[in-house]
Design a protein around this ligand. Structure first.
Ligand code: ADP
Ligand code: ZN
Ligand code: ZN
Length: 812
């Protein structure tokens, strides 16, 4: 038998299956999806079996002589990947122009990504006398060997002597591939006799052996092995008691593997089941119908904040489980809070696995293995949980489907939504995309029937949407209020502080970007060609377009109103915190931004403090915008709505609308609340529509703008970025690439650039980019693969990094 193997080297040259012989001994253990070790040139590599086939009748004629090498090892009892996932990886590699191996690697837990390492070991020639000369040699002789890296670290002085020892034949140097898997073993106590016998034995013991009786009865009652530590703690017996039972042959103590479950010990509050509202019932009925039909179907559940979407998802998941099928529930990383996890654990008990990045690698691996071993039927997780190795997938839910975190911003640059569609089709499963503010592309597809639209317009329990107050900051300037708080916001903060109610202040500032704005009239500099804001460059006081390269000097007076108050714009969370302290002495503030949440667990700890009323005001960036549910918050203030409105990104208006709607959704979930939005552009449709909770209105205007400027959903985009330490090299690479590509494109396709990337220099490398806007270019990824191939040698020789981003989400 022959195995086609993708090896673990992410390079264009090795991006194809290599053929290996399957030795007799491994035949039973190897399947499509197995992780294997193969010889590769002088090295040993980890790889994945993507196909198994019978050798051709005449191997020589087929060009398969003795050159074929055998597989060396099959690494797991259960293959980590399924045939479906292998096929998915092939699709991803075409779709996203990434090496096949990187798609495969994205699907499995990090601990399984084996590393090859150089391994030092003592040989038989190394006798005691020789070993006595050096601490490293005696270490090697004593133990089973050391990795070269560790040897160099622990015995830095002796690495230089290695080559001599190798020559003398005292030590050997080889390649080993191993993974970083660890399994947690704990002693478990179980009965070694049948249950009934245990009761008799207990009765036969003398009264002073009361403790032994207790242990026997408890084990008989449990009917399953109990961790030793738990038994000792619970019954307050000593280890000696258990040992004497073991000596009698009545109980067994065995070390067994347990899963590391960070949630295991948390008591779960029983969650009340809600009587579904009429609109929840209607949505669920549609989903159920397609589940029952076991056919592919895709829904967009468009429900306002607080309409009870989660309950619909959970009911649908239950129906799926009742069919004996499995469900994947994706949430944005930031929304994967302990409350969310508890909700699912309370509902689905040990049938649910949770995958997110706050888990340690070991914990992640354990959760993942529950899926692999088919011990759970539901997985709740962030983006990569879409690769859960289920074999009977029936339902995929993507909550907050508009979130940009569903797109991976490194190779493979996949979007979980695309992968979900692929998997749902493959499995005849149902896909549910849910959001209060669906991505424009998603909603457009729903109106064209590609997704079935389910709408929930009312909040549960008839609760009102919060009242939103728009404040025109230009007016504040005119009234000589130069503070970052408008008079209205100031008053309301004062009022809530007095009433001891809580306040959330929100700054939708992202990234590094600054734009040029007139504070008197709100005018911003925009590119006349691309309809996006120009970005301010401090170095030469210019403002540039990052799509096409257009540039102007920063004006000294506003072109619209002649005011001199035109300059670049930005307010930080720290400044807000200081201003609060100055204006409201004694106010207790919690600040949440990238600085205060860098540490693991900090995010949760800060939110916990706010929930427990240890602060009056929570100040934060978009990380506080969603998923949070604080009963005491009755005021939400958006300090500067404009910062996201003028990002150099054609989705700026959409992102602003989404953020403001989500932020507004935080207020008044339990009691009536107010939202204050401060802006220099109170007439902008994204702000007006968010204030009116009007998705449909926003959608219509934005769609017309997108049509006008040839953006998605009318055109699709591909971003190609070039990076190199030397500017001339990167410019030349981008230019040659563009001139080779341009004549090969369809007439309706446009190629913008090359221009400097918005982040023109990153990690000491200059960056240039090209942007492809296309509508009718069905083979565009094949074409780009061919162009990449054409430049392969040149790129490699000059070490230019080229990245292709299909349907880019981040344009800065
Ligand atoms: P969404 O995700 O649509 O913003 P949630 O699912 O968070 O809304 O629901 C909002 C609140 O309403 C939650 O506290 C939830 O427990 C509650 N809820 C959901 N469905 C019902 C129902 N049918 N009856 C009563 N309360 C409900
Ligand atoms: Zn002006
Ligand atoms: Zn432009």
């Amino acid at each position: 038998m022959l195995a086609q193997v993708i090896v673990d080297v992410a390079a264009a040259r090795t991006d194809r299956p290599f053929t290996y012989l399957v030795p007799q001994a491994l035949r039973e253990r190897v399947t499509v999806g197995s992780r294997v070790v193969v010889p590769f040139g002088p090295r040993k590599l980890q790889g994945y079996v993507v196909a198994l086939e019978q050798p051709p009748a005449e191997p020589a004629a087929a060009g398969l002589g003795q050159r074929l090498k055998p597989l060396e090892q099959v690494l797991d009892e259960l293959p980590p990947l399924t045939p479906e996932l292998i096929e998915l990886a092939a699709w991803m590699s075409k779709q996203y122009l990434c090496p096949w191996i990187t798609a495969l690697q994205a699907m499995i837990p990090a601990v399984l990504k084996g590393r090859a390492e150089k391994w030092l070991a003592a040989t038989e020639l190394l006798d005691e006398a020789a070993a006595a000369r050096s601490p490293l040699l005696s270490e090697l002789r004593r133990g089973g060997g050391l990795s070269l890296a560790e040897a160099e670290k622990r015995f830095p002085g002796e690495a230089a002597l290695l080559s001599g020892w190798l020559e003398a034949g005292w030590v050997s140097l080889s390649e080993r591939v191993h993974d970083r898997v660890t399994r947690k073993l704990v002693p478990l106590v179980s009965l070694a006799v049948p249950k009934e016998t245990a009761a008799e034995l207990a009765a036969s013991l003398p009264a002073r052996a009361e403790r032994m009786q207790q242990v026997l009865c408890y084990l008989a009652e449990c009917g399953q092995p109990v961790p030793l530590a738990e038994l000792l703690e619970l019954l307050q017996v000593s280890r000696a008691t258990v040992s004497s039972l073991q000596k009698k042959g009545w109980v067994r103590i065995e070390r067994q593997e347990v899963y590391r479950d960070p949630y295991q010990r948390k008591p779960l509050a029983p969650q009340p089941r809600h009587q579904l509202t009429a609109q929840q019932k209607a949505s669920l009925a549609q989903i159920e119908r397609m589940l029952a039909a076991r056919q592919y179907a895709a829904f967009l559940l468009h429900g306002v904040t607080g309409s009870g979407k989660t309950e619909v998802y959970m009911e649908a998941i239950e129906r799926t489980m009742a069919q004996g099928r499995e469900a994947i529930f994706l949430v944005p990383e930031i929304a994967l809070t302990p409350q969310m996890v508890e909700l699912f654990k309370a509902r689905f008990g040990d049938k649910v696995a949770v995958l997110h990045s706050a888990l340690s690698q070991g914990e992640r691996y354990d959760e993942w293995r529950k899926i692999q071993r088919q011990e759970v039927q539901v997985v709740v997780g962030a983006r990569s949980a879409i690769f859960a190795p289920f074999r009977r997938l029936g339902l995929i839910v993507i909550d907050e489907e508009h979130e940009t975190s569903y797109k991976q911003e490194e190779t493979p640059r996949y979007h979980a939504r695309d992968v979900a569609i692929w998997r749902a089709k493959q499995n005849q499963a149902v896909l549910v995309l849910g959001s209060a503010t669906p991505a424009l592309e998603t909603y457009a597809l729903a109106t064209r029937g590609r997704y079935q639209l389910l709408t929930m317009k009312e909040r549960v329990g008839g609760r009102a949407m919060p009242s939103v107050h728009l404040v025109d900051m230009r007016e504040e300037l005119r009234s000589d209020n130069r503070s970052m708080f408008s008079r209205l916001l100031h008053e309301m903060i004062e009022d809530r502080l007095q009433k001891r109610e809580q306040i959330v202040l929100f700054l939708n500032r992202r990234g590094f970007s600054t734009f040029v704005m007139c504070r008197a009239c709100g005018y911003t500099l925009r590119c006349p060609h691309c309809d996006i804001s120009l970005t301010y460059h401090r170095t030469n006081h210019s403002a540039r377009c990052h799509y096409c390269g257009y540039a102007v000097l920063q004006p000294t007076h506003c072109p619209a109103c002649q005011s001199p108050h035109i300059r670049f714009f930005g307010t930080g969370t720290q400044k807000v915190e200081q201003e609060l302290a100055r204006l409201f002495p004694g106010v207790r503030v919690i600040r949440m931004d990238v600085d205060t949440t860098a540490q693991k667990g900090a995010h949760e700890a800060l939110l916990g403090r706010f929930r427990n009323q240890l602060a009056d005001v929570l100040v934060g960036t978009q990380m506080i915008a969603k998923g949070l549910d604080f009963p005491q918050v009755t005021l939400v203030g958006v300090v500067a709505a404009d910062t996201s409105l003028h990002l150099p990104d054609f989705r700026a208006a959409e992102k602003t609308f989404q953020l403001l709607t989500q932020v507004g959704g935080r207020a008044g979930r339990h009691s009536p609340g107010d939202v204050v939005i401060q802006t220099y552009s109170p007439d902008h449709y994204s702000i007006r529509c968010a204030a009116r909770h009007d998705y449909e209105g926003f959608y219509q205007i934005e769609l017309a703008n997108r049509r006008q400027a040839d953006y998605p959903p009318f055109y699709r985009l591909i971003l190609i970025t070039f990076a190199h330490p030397e500017l001339p090299v990167v410019v030349r690479a981008a230019e040659s690439y563009a001139s080779y590509l341009r004549p090969r494109l369809a007439a309706s396709t446009r190629l913008l650039g090359p221009v400097a990337s918005p982040i023109a220099r990153l990690k000491d490398r200059f960056r240039f980019q090209l942007m492809l806007k296309y509508r009718d270019e069905p083979n565009v990824t094949e074409l780009l693969a061919q162009v990449n191939g054409h430049f392969f040698d040149w790129i490699k020789q000059h070490q230019v990094a080229v990245t292709v981003d299909v349907d880019p989400q981040m344009l800065i």
